[in-house]
Design a protein around this ligand. Structure first.
Ligand code: GSH
Length: 209
């Protein structure tokens, strides 16, 4: 019995795969093709009724959805990987803060840019919405940028917030903009990408970025 991760190369399933790799835990991948809207097929909606990836099936069969919950579940079940600071510590509170920030303030902008027609109709309104969402996305990354302590989000070192921030940083902010305005995020991303266990996973997801 093993974990099954539903995802797609180039998507938010990277973060869960990377967390599993850091923990040295095997995971079976079930890839969907979002361009073909496979995430909206009844068979997948039975797994995740929101029709989004990632989703995780635990070895015992239960489903966990929402990237942040999946990351926290991995850290919880594999504490030896030290993906989060010590329970009850101030560093742990900071880790939770930035994981939830990425999940609730940054990730929702991706759906608006990817599927603006879910939120507006008419060409002009759709274009305005996409532009506004991208501006909001960049503004929220600037908040994160100012919080990054050094090489990583937390002063205490590498962990889940870094994997998550590096993953979401690949979506829609633009490379040139990120390099110019988010140098700390850029360094953090490089540090994540260079980790030996994560490097091959990154290449599979984001080689073309
Ligand atoms: N709140 C969700 C957001 C996940 C999400 O937006 N995933 C994108 C891919 S990166 C997706 O599945 N989009 C397909 C769709 O919205 O139809 C999470 O944190 O897991």
């Amino acid at each position: 019995m093993t974990y099954t991760l539903y995802g797609e190369p180039g998507s938010g399933s990277f973060c869960a795969e990377a967390a599993f790799a850091e923990a040295g835990v095997a995971v079976e991948l079930f890839n969907l093709d979002l361009k073909k809207n496979e995430q909206l097929a009844p068979s997948y909606l039975a797994v995740n009724p929101t029709g989004k990836v990632p989703s995780l099936k635990l070895p015992t069969g239960e489903i966990v959805t929402e990237s942040a919950a999946i990351l926290l579940t991995i850290a919880d079940r594999h504490p030896e990987a030290a993906l989060l600071p010590e329970q009850g510590s101030a560093a742990r509170a900071a880790a939770l803060r930035w994981i939830v920030f990425v999940s609730s303030e940054i990730y929702p902008m991706v759906e608006i840019v990817d599927y603006p027609q879910r939120f507006a109709s008419g060409d002009e309104a759709i274009q305005n919405l996409k532009d506004t969402a991208r501006t909001r996305l960049r503004a929220r990354f600037l908040v994160l940028e100012h919080a990054i302590a050094g090489s990583f989000v937390l002063e205490s070192g590498f962990g889940l917030p870094d994997i998550y921030a590096a993953n979401l940083g690949q979506f829609y902010v633009g490379h040139a903009w990120r390099r110019e305005h988010c140098p700390k995020l850029e360094m953090l991303t490089n540090a994540v990408v260079e980790r030996p266990k994560i490097a091959p996973i990154w290449r599979r997801h984001f080689a073309s970025n």
